[in-house]
Design a protein around this ligand. Sequence first.
Ligand code: F0G
Length: 354
Amino acid sequence: MRAIPLLKKYQDFLPINDKTPILSLHEGSTPLIEAKRLSKELGIRLFLKFEGMNPTGSFKDRGMVLAVAKALENGSKKVICASTGNTSAAASAYAASAGIESIVVIPEGNIALGKLAQAMIYGAKVIAIKGNFDEALAIVRKIAEKEDYTLVNSVNPYRIEGQKTAAFEVVDDLGDAPDYLAIPVGNAGNITAYWKGFKEYYQAGKSKQLPKMIGFEAEGAAALVKGEPIPNPETVATAIRIGNPASWKGAMNAVEESGGLIDSVTDEEILAAYLRIAKTEGVFVEPGSAASLAGVIKKQQQGYFEAGATVVSVLTGHGLKDPNIAVKTVQTTPLVVENDYQAVLEAIQSSQVT
Ligand code: F0G
């Protein structure tokens, strides 16, 4: 059976009309995985919304399919974005499938290898600046204002509209909104989008409750937590290495309206959660995504959740995006032995292999 395109499935909630091309790479309909072992360990009902299962391996596909469709509808032939990697992968993939040009501006040396490979193979014009994401975004905003390019960062409202469909799916799968929605925060578009989605679905009578939105920034890039922009953000989680979130207001609004919170997690906590979720649940995410689980673990240790609370942790991108960090984090390499039965057996039984 052919899957229904995301733009069709939720068209009643999206700014779609007869002239909007229904693009699709089969984005959305990502799994909500019940984290049985972690739930037991943490004393909550934990579900993982695994957005790494989207066509380019991150949640960005949901918003990009709509942003590119609207660009086409409006006669645009070129899209442009700044990115820590995932937005550029999604923008270039949907631009390729729509037959238009894509330009991506990235911070040199601070984007995961897999994401760079994606933008290049999809045929984007890739420009790396000697600066960070916030600076790249300021440049592309200016270019889109002055030149004939459609900006497809999440300051483009269609991005938020598309991304809110993930909240619909969570409610469709659980039968209601969860008690808590934990999410990594970088440029703050996604937390804004989820909250919009939960509110619209609630107003349409699709859920009985609204979740508390709990967002987590990386400590070295925690502008919202600190209450001011950070000029030189630093974190191992390059996806959320952002010091001046564009959707600042949207994020704070989501947190305040829902009675949730914004907090930060250290790189150590992020990498510990990153390893734990892979080893305990068989779910491989990128470090930026693990910030949401790191936040859940931190808050659980502080006694924040009531016992048995339903918590959805949004896992925004696939672990294969950043293989270098995976290899570095496990700190082991395969043991090399002779091409021989006995040698392999001995290696298996030896304590040297972990
Ligand atoms: N997780 C991943 C894997 C991301 O790539 C991003 C953002 C976020 C979380 C944070 O989402 O920005 O909506 O708060 N990545 C952007 C990019 C900035 O360029 O790919 P946000």
